[in-house]
Write a protein that binds this ligand. Structure first.
Ligand code: B3K
Ligand code: ZN
Length: 844
C-alpha cells in the first residue's frame, strides 16, 4: 500500500453543510440511510464527488432526489455531481456482529458501539472521512435497546427510536453511536456561565457500583478546565459509556465519550491505586479534548500531535494539581523513557509530526502523545507561564471551529511573544532523542558549563540540525546549600557555554531540573556526587534522578564487570528511605529499580549487546542485597505506613500504601512470603491484595493464593485480566513462554477481547528476560498469536508488534530468532496493512 504524504495535502472538493443519518439497527444487517448537503468548496479545485467507504453494501444512491449509479471500488465511490449545492442520499447495509476489528460500528457484549477515529466512519457510510471536513450532524437511531445514544443533545425519542442533534460542526471521526440495555450513574454540573449539564456514566447492569469515582473525576475535570484554561462545556448533556471490547483506552467523541471499561470502572475492591490515578487522568484527558481536539480539531492526521500532545500536557497539569506534582513528573518521565525513548532509538522512530504514513492507526504513539506533550512543556518553559496563558487564549479564540495545523499553533506563540519559533519547530519535524554532553570548568570564582548536543540519525533522517533546548539548572555548594536557584538556560547552538561568576567554591550542578527537555544527559558523574545530589538536591525530580542513576550505574557494573552491589548506593538508599520528611510516594518511587528494558537500553547505548538473563540476575542480586541492608528499616516502614482510615484512592493514602508495599517487597526477600501471605489474607482492597499476590508469586509460593484469587474474582473480567497478567509478569525467564502458552489454553482466554489479549501476550512482551529468552520461545509464541489475531483485529496486532522494536539490540542468535518470527508473521496470507507496515519498518 502506498504511503500518504503531508506535502500532498489539498482541501476537499466540497463543503458539507449538514448530515442526517438514520440507523436501523440489526446485529447482522444494520441499515444506514444518509442525507448530506454538499456544496462546492470555493477554496478547492472542482472535481467529481469522491466519498470514502469500506466494507459497505450500497443499496441505492440519489442526488437531489434522482437515482444515480456511482462508480464503487474497495475504498469508496466516485460520482459526477452538479456544479452547485446538492443533496446526496444513500442507503448502505453493514454487519456490526461480524466486526471483530472494533473499528466502525460493532457489537460488544450485546451492545452496539462505534469507534471512528481515525478512519472508521468510512465503515459506517459513504462520506469524506477526513478531519478537515466538518459538519452538523442529526442522527436518528431505531433499535430495540433501551438506551440509544449519539452526539450532541437529545431532540426527541419514542418507543424504539431516538433522535440527537449536535449543533457543533465536527469531523466524522468524532461521530459516535451507542445502543444497549445499559444503566446509568447520573449527576449534574453547572458551568461557570450557568449552563445546566446532565452527566451520565452508562454501564452494563451490575457495574453501577463502579461509576462514582469516574463521575467525581469528570466533575473535577470540568471545573479545572474552567478555572485553569477558561474553557466551559458547550452542550446540555455529557455521556460516558463503558465498553468491554475496545482497542485503546477511550475516545473523545463529541458529548459521548466511549471508554474501555478498564479505564472508567473503579471500586476499592477491584481497582488498584494506580488504576484510580489512571482512570482520573483518562477521564480528564477525554473531557479536555472537547476544546483541544473537538472545538479545534486537526486539519489532517499528520497534525495529530496538535490535539494529542496538548491534551496529554493538559491532563498531566490536571493530575499534578489534583495529586503531587513531583510524583506525577517522575512517573511521566519513567514512562517517557520506557516507551518514547525506546521508540525514538529504534526502527520505528518518527517525528512528533510525521511526514508520511501508510496506516494512521500506527501513529498513535508515545512520540506523538508523550513527546508531543513534552514539546508543549518546553514551549511553556521558554516563553514563561504568563505568555503561555495568553497564547492559549489566542489559540482558542482564533481557531475555534477550525481544523488547524502545527503552524497555526506555533503562530499564536509567535504573535503573543514576538519570538521566532522556526528553530523550535525542528522538535516537531525531526525524530530522535538529542544527547546532551556536558563539560565544566572552574577558575577563580567563575564556573563554566559547556553543553554539546548531538542527535543520532533516525530512519530517513541522517542529519539533525541543533534544536533549542531549555536547560533548567541549579548549583549546590559543598555543604549542600543551593547557591544558584533554578534558572533556565536556553541552548540554541550545537555547542554552547554558560558562565556563572561569583561562585565561591566548585559547585555541584543540578542539570535538567524537572526534566526540562526530553534529552539524554550523558555527563559522567561519580557515585559520590550522585549520592550527594540524592541527599541535597532541592529539585525533587533531580533528587530522584540522582538515586536512579546511582542504581543504574551500579547495576551496569554488576552486569558488565561482575561487580558486587554498590555500597554507596545501598547506604544512600537506606538514608533516603528512612527520611520521614520525604513524601512516602516519592520514597516508593526512589526505591523502585530501573526496569530490565531500561537497563538493556542503557547497555545498548554504551555499546554492549545486552544479555537479558544477566540483567535479570543482577536485579535479583541487588534486590537481595537491599533487603539485607534495609532489614531493620523495612518492618518499621511497613508498620508505620499501614493505612487505618477507610480506603480512599487519594495521593496521600496511595503514597502510604506504595511505600508499605515497597517495604513488603523487601521483607518478602527475607521471610519467604509470610508477611505477604498475611496481607493477602486480610486485604480488603485490590492494591493490598494484588501487591501481596505479586510478592507471593515472587517468593515462589503463589499457587494457593492464585487459586483463591481466581475463585474470588472469576466473574469480574477486569480483575481476571490482572490474574492473567500477573502470572506472566512474574514468571521466571525460562518458564515465561510456557506459562503464557498454558494461560492461552485457559477457558477464560480469548483473542477477541483486546484487554485479555494484552493481559496475556502483552505481559509476555513486558517480561523482558522471558520474552528475550535465548530459546526464542517468547518470540515464537508472540508471533504465532499475532498471526491468529491479525485477521480478527489488525489494530491491536499492529500495536503489539512494538514488542519486537528493539530486536537489533541483542546478540546474533537472538536476532536470528526474532527475524524468523517476524518473517513468519509477514508471510501470513492477507496480512493487514496495519501489521505489514509495522513489521516492514521493524525489519528495515
Ligand atoms: N483519540 C483517541 C485515540 C484514537 C486512536 C485511534 N487508533 C483517544 C485519545 O487520545 O484520547
Ligand atoms: Zn487524546
Amino acid at each position: 500500500p502506498a504511503p500518504v504524504y503531508l506535502k500532498d495535502y489539498t482541501p476537499f472538493s466540497h463543503l458539507v453543510d449538514e448530515v442526517h443519518l438514520t440507523f436501523q439497527l440489526e446485529p447482522a444487517k444494520t441499515r444506514v440511510i444518509s442525507r448530506i448537503r454538499f456544496r462546492p468548496n470555493p477554496d478547492a479545485t472542482a472535481a467529481p464527488l469522491r466519498l470514502d467507504g469500506e466494507g459497505l453494501v450500497l443499496l441505492w444512491a440519489k442526488i437531489d432526489g434522482n437515482p444515480v449509479t456511482p462508480e464503487v471500488d474497495e475504498a469508496g465511490l466516485t460520482c459526477t455531481v452538479p456544479d452547485a449545492p446538492f443533496t446526496w442520499e444513500a442507503e448502505v447495509e453493514i454487519n456490526p456482529e461480524a466486526n471483530t476489528a472494533l473499528e466502525g460500528l460493532y457489537r460488544s457484549s450485546g451492545m452496539y458501539c462505534t469507534q471512528c477515529e481515525a478512519q472508521g466512519f468510512r465503515k459506517i457510510t459513504y462520506y469524506p472521512d477526513r478531519p478537515d471536513v466538518m459538519s452538523i450532524f442529526t442522527v436518528r437511531i431505531e433499535g430495540e435497546e433501551s438506551v440509544l445514544l449519539s452526539n450532541g443533545n437529545p431532540v426527541a425519542s419514542g418507543d424504539g427510536w431516538a433522535e440527537w442533534h449536535d449543533p457543533w460542526p465536527k469531523p466524522a471521526y468524532l461521530f459516535a453511536l451507542v445502543a444497549g440495555n445499559l444503566v446509568n450513574h447520573p449527576d449534574r454540573f453547572t458551568t461557570a456561565s450557568g449552563r445546566e449539564v446532565e452527566l451520565n456514566i452508562w454501564v452494563r447492569p451490575g457495574d453501577e457500583g463502579k461509576c462514582a469515582f469516574g463521575m467525581e473525576a469528570l466533575k473535577r475535570s470540568m471545573a479545572w478546565d474552567e478555572e485553569v484554561y477558561g474553557r466551559e462545556y458547550d452542550l446540555d448533556i455529557f455521556n460516558i459509556v463503558a465498553v468491554d471490547d475496545f482497542n485503546m483506552g477511550a475516545m473523545e467523541n463529541k458529548g459521548l465519550n466511549i471508554f474501555n471499561s478498564s479505564c472508567v470502572l473503579a471500586s476499592p475492591e477491584t481497582s488498584t491505586d494506580a488504576n484510580f490515578e489512571r482512570i482520573e487522568a483518562i477521564i480528564a484527558h477525554e473531557y479536555f479534548h472537547n476544546w483541544t481536539g473537538n472545538r479545534i480539531t486537526c486539519r489532517d492526521w499528520f497534525q495529530l500531535c496538535l490535539k494529542e500532545g496538548l491534551t496529554v500536557y493538559r491532563d498531566a497539569q490536571f493530575t499534578s494539581d489534583m495529586r503531587s506534582a513531583p510524583v506525577k513528573r517522575i512517573e511521566d518521565v519513567i514512562a517517557l523513557r520506557a516507551r518514547q525513548f525506546r521508540e525514538d532509538n529504534g526502527p520505528l522512530a518518527h517525528p512528533v509530526r510525521p511526514a508520511s504514513f501508510v496506516e494512521i492507526n500506527n501513529f498513535y504513539t508515545a512520540t506523538v502523545y508523550e513527546k508531543g506533550a513534552e514539546l508543549i512543556g518546553m514551549l511553556k518553559t521558554l516563553v514563561g507561564d504568563e505568555a503561555y496563558a495568553r497564547a492559549l487564549d489566542l489559540y482558542f479564540s482564533r481557531h475555534d471551529g477550525d481544523a488547524a495545523t502545527i503552524e497555526d499553533w506555533l503562530k499564536v506563540f509567535e504573535d503573543v511573544t514576538g519570538r521566532d519559533l522556526s528553530q523550535f519547530k525542528r522538535w516537531y519535524e525531526h525524530a530522535g532523542t538529542p544527547r546532551l554532553h556536558v563539560t565544566e570548568d572552574y577558575e577563580g570564582d567563575r564556573y563554566t558549563l559547556t553543553f554539546r548536543q548531538e542527535t543520532p540519525p533516525t530512519p530517513g533522517q541522517p542529519e539533525k540540525p541543533p534544536r533549542v533546548i531549555p536547560i533548567a539548572l541549579g548549583l549546590l555548594g559543598p555543604n549542600g546549600d543551593e547557591i544558584l536557584p533554578t534558572q533556565v538556560l536556553e541552548m540554541t547552538e550545537a555547542e554552547q557555554s554558560f558562565t556563572f561568576d561569583g561562585i565561591p567554591s566548585r559547585p555541584t550542578p543540578s542539570i535538567l531540573r524537572g526534566f526540562s527537555a526530553p534529552v539524554i544527559l550523558t555527563r559522567p558523574s561519580s557515585n559520590s556526587e550522585r549520592a550527594f545530589l540524592l541527599a541535597h538536591d532541592t529539585d525533587p525530580f533531580n533528587k530522584w534522578e540522582a538515586g536512579r542513576a546511582l542504581a543504574r550505574d551500579g547495576l551496569l557494573s554488576m552486569i558488565t564487570k561482575g561487580a558486587a552491589p554498590d555500597d554507596l548506593y545501598l547506604d544512600a538508599v537506606l538514608t533516603m528511605a528512612r527520611d520521614d520528611s520525604l513524601d512516602p510516594a516519592f520514597r516508593a518511587l526512589a526505591l523502585a529499580l530501573p526496569s530490565q528494558d531500561d537497563l538493556a537500553q542503557s547497555l545498548h547505548e554504551a555499546g554492549h549487546s545486552p544479555d537479558p538473563q544477566a540483567i535479570w540476575d543482577a536485579l535479583e542480586t541487588l534486590r537481595q542485597a537491599r533487603a539485607h541492608k534495609l532489614q531493620d528499616l523495612a518492618p518499621r516502614l511497613y508498620a508505620q505506613y499501614q493505612v487505618e482510615a477507610p480506603y480512599a484512592p487519594d495521593a496521600e493514602q496511595s503514597g502510604a500504601r506504595a511505600l508499605a508495599n515497597a517495604a513488603l517487597g523487601l521483607i518478602t526477600r527475607l521471610d519467604g512470603g509470610a508477611q505477604a501471605q498475611a496481607q493477602f489474607d486480610r486485604a480488603d482492597n485490590m492494591t493490598q491484595q494484588l501487591a501481596a499476590l505479586a510478592n507471593l508469586l515472587q517468593a515462589g509460593r503463589g499457587e494457593t493464593a492464585l487459586a483463591a484469587f481466581y475463585d474470588q474474582w472469576k466473574d469480574d473480567r477486569l480483575v481476571i485480566d490482572k490474574w492473567f497478567s500477573l502470572q506472566v509478569l512474574h514468571a521466571a525467564p525460562d518458564r515465561a513462554a510456557d506459562i503464557t502458552r498454558a494461560l492461552t489454553e485457559h477457558p477464560d482466554f480469548t483473542p477477541r477481547n483486546p484487554n485479555r489479549f494484552r493481559a496475556t501476550l502483552g505481559a509476555l512482551a513486558q517480561n523482558h528476560a522471558g520474552f528475550h529468552h535465548a530459546s526464542g520461545a517468547g518470540y515464537a509464541l508472540l508471533a504465532q498469536w499475532l498471526k491468529t489475531l491479525d485477521p480478527i483485529n489488525p489494530q491491536t496486532t499492529a500495536r503489539m508488534c512494538t514488542a519486537f522494536e528493539t530486536w537489533t539490540r541483542y546478540d546474533a542468535a537472538r536476532q536470528d530468532k526474532a527475524r524468523d518470527a517476524l518473517e513468519d508473521l509477514l508471510d501470513l496470507d492477507g496480512l493487514s496493512r496495519d501489521t505489514t507496515e509495522m513489521v516492514t519498518r521493524i525489519l528495515e
